[in-house]
Design a protein around this ligand. Sequence first.
Ligand code: NDP
Length: 436
Amino acid sequence: EKRNPGQTEFIQAVREVAQDIFEFIEDKEEYHEAQILRRIAEPDRVVSFRVCWEDDNHNIRVQRGWRVQNNNAIGPYKGGIRFHPTVTESVLKFLAFEQTFKNSLTGLPMGGGKGGSNFNPKGKSDSEVMRFCQSFMTELYRHIGPETDVPAGDIGVGGREIGYMFGQYKRITNRWEGVLTGKALEYGGSQMRPEATGYGAVIFLQNMLQHAGNDVEGKNAVISGSGNVATHAAEKITQLGGKVLTLSDSGGFIHDPDGIGQEKIDWIKELKNVKRGRISEYADHFTGATYHEGARPWAVPCDVALPCATQNELNGEEARELVDNGVIAVSEGANMPTTLEGVDVFHDAHILYAPGKAANAGGVAVSGLEMSQNSERVSWNTERLGDLLHDIMTDIHAKCAQYGGGEEGGYVNYVKGANIAGFKKVADAMLAFGVV
Ligand code: NDP
């Protein structure tokens, strides 16, 4: 805390990992001597820069941009870019730290990074977003590259923003190369990338349930968010025979007891991605559905819950309510959506609980596969990528179960499993490099 004053999110993330790692390395002298955990918790570098742009009324606006390059022991830095007014250095440091473990878990050669800006894309015109993205990339380009650091999208950064940033990178450097992932299919994007995070979180959920002798089929799901991750998680739950009861945005949540099936999900995608509307409009459009302003969906009784909006959106009290209502499994599509208190509630009640760093790793895994396709100058088909995503998520589940203390049929602590499995690979690579 003395080292990182005021960086509450970052301290929270490190604290959560440290408990498990201390236990794991207790009898492993080599990790202690090399101060490995301390080194992973100090980013390789944090770049902060000014982003200056002109709005439609010719006002000059000044924003701050960052790129946190946390660790590149096992591959080039990799992690998304977030545009949201709540972005701070602490938030990006926590995300880059978590990303290091997540990327390690995928089994692909990717280090951990994260970037973004406190720019708020909401209410901005297309040209304003374009000018902002171009200005952001005009500084960022010197810190990234296909062998150095390969950013992707995150909250507030979707296909449109990736397009503007990739175009600017190409213009400045005169190089067409896979420097960003999440690109559109026309210019080097990968099949399955938009679906990967949400689908992956549900595949992980399915693995947890099956490991415990259960299944997704017939389960009622409560999901938060209505962006990329939430809508695709809803889609996969529906495909596997579950029923989605809720979705939300920062204004409130909608509850549809009839289930939010594929047609309704398509309507929401159009509402959010094209019309840039609010989730409240759903309740005006579909009879039987209700909108709950300013509230989160966790009080709606369900079998499984998938927080897919943002960090710290599910607290201890809400976790208790979920448990009291009979939830059996929680799979995090978002990054750190559950507070530490909430996590304790799930563990104490022996709920199957998958932390974001394991459950939402499908997105970065397919991003890694997008990098492979770009390097090879090929495009793989949806079926192949769907199979790879499935295999990677199943493999991550197996690693978490191995290190999470789950005897045959016993309770698995997936947080512990993910922390230790993710740490071990990065730590072993760092040991091999000596003191650097
Ligand atoms: P989107 O921008 O597509 O959607 C974010 C959703 O969360 C929107 O519905 C948004 O509502 C809601 N939201 C954002 N901030 C808040 C808040 N403070 N309170 C309540 N709701 C909020 O982002 P993604 O779906 O891509 O990302 C969601 C989460 O998943 C993030 O934590 C992200 O880091 C994580 N993630 C995403 C990956 C990806 O591949 N996209 C990969 C791995 C993790 P509104 O429209 O009102 O802003």
